[in-house]
Design a protein around this ligand. Structure first.
Ligand SMILES: CC(C)(COP(=O)(O)OP(=O)(O)OC[C@H]1O[C@@H](n2cnc3c(N)ncnc32)[C@H](O)[C@@H]1OP(=O)(O)O)[C@@H](O)C(=O)NCCC(=O)NCCS
Length: 145
């Protein structure tokens, strides 16, 4: 998808509220990820203000990120976005959804595990600062809601 500079900037600004450097995505990263031919981007606004988004790639089921503004957490937005992207993946016949999550990110790990994701691997040195991530996988059956 081809987002405007303003739209990409909006995603980058929210991502910087969700992740500290060097984990957060740069403008260039976000442009590349959103330009992917099978990018799926779900956005939630409060009026004009972007308060949450989820970005994934339907060719490999990779969930790039789920970002909820700190002022809007624990109101079900992250769960809603994750469920919606999984539904979209299923409708496109994607066999597995995959997420990479920092070992200490308990909120995201809980969110994913509640929806059936299971830890498959530890990816050592996954992040730019050298820290590790869990890789979680969820098999997607096409008939499930
Ligand atoms: C992880 C994140 C997306 C969750 O978004 P959210 O809108 O707050 O999540 P929800 O309100 O939908 O929560 C759904 C469930 O996830 C779990 N959860 C969410 N935040 C949690 C926390 N801080 N501690 C423990 N469990 C948590 C709970 O089981 C929760 O259900 P409950 O509220 O009924 O107990 C949000 O905290 C965030 O943006 N974090 C920073 C960015 C990030 O880490 N993204 C994930 C990258 S993989």
């Amino acid at each position: 998808m081809n987002l405007t500079r303003k739209e990409i900037k909006e995603l980058v600004v929210l991502d910087a509220l969700c992740f500290d450097p060097p984990i957060n995505y740069t403008f260039r990263d976000m442009k590349l990820y959103t330009r992917h031919p099978e990018a799926v981007l779900l956005r939630e606004y409060d009026g004009e203000r972007l308060i949450a988004f989820c970005l994934g790639h339907a060719d490999n089921g990779n969930i790039i990120t789920i970002d909820v503004h700190p002022d809007h957490r624990r109101h079900g937005l992250g769960g809603k976005l994750l469920k919606t992207i999984l539904k979209e993946f299923r409708s496109r016949g994607v066999p597995f959804a995959v997420s990479q999550i920092a070992l200490d990110n308990l909120s995201s790990l809980t969110l994913h595990k509640n929806l059936g994701f299971e830890i498959r691997h530890i990816l050592y040195g996954y992040y730019p600062d050298g820290s590790a991530a869990y890789q979680l996988v969820l098999p997607l059956s096409p008939d499930k809601d």
